[in-house]
Design a protein around this ligand. Structure first.
Ligand SMILES: [Zn+2]
Length: 346
């Protein structure tokens, strides 16, 4: 399994940017050519595996960051283990801190011990490839490229990117969601949701104060854009002459029917992303507490089918809200109103 943060439609735009951005165009072309065969490998692997839900196990944080040294080989050479001091290499130390932040977030917010609920060791590889334009989860570790320097900075620069990729581990262990069509867009959305919540948790930001951006800081100053995606306002994260305009819809009115990118998993994720934002904004306070708890319960306790649709997931969040807070509770009403606002009928 390999879930990359930068979708193929973004890489395709950069790949056409010769001769203006020669390094970025070449880097994007290489990153793009990688996605298809790896996606096939993902399908052939038959989806996710692992225990469902969380179990009460004594928390143990075990981090290990490895350095691929510019090669596209995993895992690379271990350079920082749990409890070791900073190395001075920003990619190594950002990855180490990001792993710790996501672990602390899961434990504090949801009482979950790591990705699998049983203390799963957190592994990262940095300096993967040369000018590598992506970050990804490959089934048991997160992997970060250094970026091309013209469009993308190093991918560890954003905690939401690190947390999004670890989110793929959480989703893999907690649900059977396919990485295809609406189930795939829900998979992507859940990673964005827990990615931004991890950052909000670290920053102690309330819903009203948060940026709700995935990948802020990832673009170089050459790019007209603030991030890869926005949960608050899908479709507004960037508008750039090379990248084009952020294509994410916020409601079902803009739903994109496509066979590329696993059926538009990085595009249509804007719709459940925005539903989560609306529920969190309506409830106010810390978004990981009530809105986040409901989404977490839906993911871990509602027995989602592998081909889960948006309406089925919406129904799961309402059921989770009713179970935890009650029928007719403000939390349940906020979740129902959020899905209605994006035209997903429960
Ligand atoms: Zn992803």
């Amino acid at each position: 399994m390999k879930c990359a943060i930068v979708p193929p439609y973004v890489l395709a735009r950069i790949a056409e940017a010769h001769p203006r951005l020669p390094v970025a165009a070449d880097a994007a072309r290489r990153a793009l050519s990688e996605l298809e065969p790896l996606n096939r490998a993902r399908r052939e692997a038959g989806g996710s595996a692992g225990p469902r839900g969380g179990t009460a196990v004594a928390a143990t944080l075990r981090r290990r960051v490895s350095d691929a040294g510019g090669r596209e080989e995993l895992p690379g050479v271990p350079v920082r283990g749990e409890g070791h001091p900073p190395t001075g290499d920003p990619a190594v130390d950002e990855a180490y801190d990001g792993l710790g932040a996501f672990y602390s977030f899961l434990e504090a917010a949801y009482g979950r011990s790591s990705l699998d609920g049983a203390g799963f060791g957190l592994d990262a590889t940095v300096h993967y490839g040369r000018e590598y334009d992506n970050a990804f989860w490959e089934g048991s570790r997160v992997v970060f490229g250094d970026g091309d320097g013209e469009v993308f900075n190093r991918f560890t620069v954003s905690l939401t990117v690190i947390a999004h990729e670890l989110g793929h581990g959480l989703v893999q262990f907690a649900s059977p969601l396919d990485y295809q069509d609406q189930a795939g867009a829900l998979n992507e959305s859940l990673c964005d949701v827990f990615g931004v919540l991890a950052e909000q948790y670290v920053r102690r930001q309330a819903a009203d104060d948060a940026a709700w951006l995935v990948g802020a800081g990832l673009f170089t100053p050459e790019v007209s854009g603030t991030a890869l995606r926005s949960l608050k306002a899908p479709g507004t994260a960037y508008d750039d002459d090379v990248l084009g305009r952020d294509p994410q819809p916020a409601t079902m009115a803009g739903y994109v029917q496509t066979s590329s990118d696993h059926g538009g998993v990085h595009i249509n994720s804007g719709i459940p992303n925005h539903a989560f934002y609306l529920a969190a904004a309506r409830l106010g306070g810390f978004a990981w507490e009530r809105a986040g708890q409901i989404w977490y319960d839906a993911l871990t306790e509602q027995q989602l089918p592998r081909d889960c649709t948006f309406p089925a997931f919406a129904a799961a969040t309402v059921a989770a809200a009713e179970k935890r807070y009650g029928v007719g509770a403000v939390e349940t009403s906020a979740v129902q109103a959020a899905w209605e606002a994006v035209n997903v009928m429960v």
